[in-house]
Design a protein around this ligand. Structure first.
Ligand code: C2G
Length: 129
């Protein structure tokens, strides 16, 4: 079967996260999701509201997700591709072009984001209370 791989922080899990995981899962038979650890988020300049152990548990519970693994290094993508026999690497188009180098071993797809929702926007709205 076809294995699809993606990565993300998935903080304050929302419909944008669900939409992309649902779409990615439709590209193959198995979807593996790397969830960014709190330490890796620091490297990405992010400080999640929800701790890693809760974010990965939530992602693991999504019906479209077959396996959730920690993401703690930029360089682990190639290792994960080999380890899990990945056929397709997919991610939101905010990353368009950034992972084209993986194209020598997998199909790389960039999918449209869901507009009108983001963790940043949710935090802004909540801070108004
Ligand atoms: N996303 C989306 N629509 C939104 C918000 C997010 O489609 N409104 C997608 C992003 O494009 C990404 C996934 O949901 O594919 C997870 O988003 P983030 O948690 O912001 O992940 P990010 O920090 O971009 O992590 O090594 C890759 C990085 O870890 C990607």
């Amino acid at each position: 079967g076809k294995t699809v791989l993606t990565y993300g922080t998935f903080d304050l899990f929302h419909i944008g996260h669900l939409n992309i995981l649902k779409r990615l899962s439709s590209l193959g038979d198995r979807l593996i999701v790397g969830v960014s650890t709190d330490e890796f988020n620091a490297l990405k300049g992010k400080k999640p509201v929800v701790p890693f152990d809760q974010r990965i548990e939530i992602v693991r519970s999504i019906r479209y997700v077959d396996e959730a693994i920690p993401e703690d290094r930029w360089e682990q993508k190639r290792e994960d591709i080999a380890k899990y026999g990945v056929d397709v690497f997919g991610i939101g188009e905010d990353w368009k072009g950034k992972f084209d180098d993986l194209g020598d071993s997998v199909e790389v797809v960039y999918l449209p984001r869901t507009s009108g929702i983001s963790t940043t926007e949710m935090k802004r709205v909540l801070s108004a209370f």
